[in-house]
Design a protein around this ligand. Structure first.
Ligand code: FAD
Length: 293
């Protein structure tokens, strides 16, 4: 999937309504013309979208001829649940999966694994690997440290366990501070993590929304970025323009620094993503993705 030239992938989520699904397909009709290397579909908190995630991934794969990648979290999942999900995913033609521990359910501060479930993402990766060799697995990395582990080196050690257990790519959490990503990348190299580490990019189109997300994840927003966004009304076209311009320059710097790809969180709206891809078109491998699905 990742080679000499950078590629980009996009992340979507299962819409709650038919209208939302219709809109997502309209966005993907345009976005897939730029040949994303894959389109991933998130797994709702607590497994709330289990079937929808798999169905949507399958439909996206068939409808758009792209590699579609379902996510999975071990929240509330027993070993039998994991086996079933993997079987269903394989039956739905999935050949890749993003595997995650997941967050504690709303209102709970600590993650409690279910009986016969998994405490850490690395255990889940190991288990999935023991079930099948047919799926390529991606795991999550945290350029500023995971919210439960602010010691970056320690967190990178935990990331290494996931890679050693069989993950073949790391997709990072959103960040706006490239030096933080470069420090993280250095640490992954120092730890001997040899798989591609792909930055996660969340273009800002409505600042209040990102402020809420980063308050939860702990990602820093540089003062200069806040200042440029706060010049405009929240969610206005001018604010979105400033956010997208920032994302383009952020991505350009990352690509110049040799990242293997970009993983763009679309929030099911292709507008910002298309502008970024269009502006950076020359960087990307424009061949249709050699689909493994
Ligand atoms: P882990 O790797 O298990 O890490 C969780 C915490 O445990 C970290 O603090 C880590 O340092 C610590 N830890 C790990 N191993 C050990 C150990 N052996 N000893 C002590 N501490 C340890 N969430 C969803 O609900 N659905 C999604 O679809 C989804 N998609 C995502 C996609 C991307 C690209 C990213 C970056 C995140 C996504 N998430 C999703 C969020 C993710 O579920 C949360 O960030 C979650 O809190 C951690 O999952 P993980 O797999 O990274 O956990």
């Amino acid at each position: 999937m990742y080679g000499a030239r950078p590629v980009f992938s996009v992340e979507t989520f299962p819409p709650k309504t038919e209208h939302g699904v219709h809109n997502l397909y309209a966005e993907l009709t345009y976005l897939t013309q730029h040949h994303p290397v894959f389109v991933s579909v998130t797994y709702g908190a607590g497994g709330s979208t289990r079937n929808k995630t798999l169905e949507l991934a399958r439909e996206i794969g068939q409808r758009f001829g792209v590699t579609a990648v379902p996510h999975f979290t071990s929240v509330g999942a027993t070993r039998a649940d994991v086996r079933q999900y993997i079987a269903d995913a394989l039956a739905g033609d999935a050949r890749n999966m993003v595997v995650l521990r997941g967050d504690p359910p709303k209102g709970e501060t600590a993650y409690t694994p279910p009986p016969d479930g998994f405490r850490y993402g690395s255990e889940l990766v190991e288990y999935v690997r023991s079930i099948t060799g047919e799926l390529d697995l991606a795991v999550a990395g945290y350029p500023e440290g995971h919210v439960e582990c602010r010691d970056l080196w320690q967190d990178v050690q935990h990331l290494k366990r996931k890679v050693d257990a069989g993950a073949s790519v790391v997709l990072t959490q959103l960040f706006y501070d490239n030096p933080a990503f470069f420090r993280f990348r250095d640490e992954t190299e120092r730890a001997g993590i040899g798989v591609p580490v792909v930055p996660g990019i969340m273009p800002i189109t409505k600042f209040s929304q990102i402020q809420r997300m980063t308050a939860l994840s702990g990602a820093a927003i540089p003062d200069s970025l806040s200042a440029s966004l706060l010049k405009h009304e929240d969610g206005s076209p001018d604010q979105a323009k400033a956010g997208i311009e920032f994302a383009i320059e952020q991505c350009r710097e990352l690509l110049d620094a040799g990242v293997p790809g970009l993983h763009i969180f679309t929030l099911n709206s292709g507008h910002a993503t298309s502008q970024i891809i269009h502006a950076l078109h020359d960087y990307f491998d424009d061949e249709p993705a050699a689909s493994s699905q």
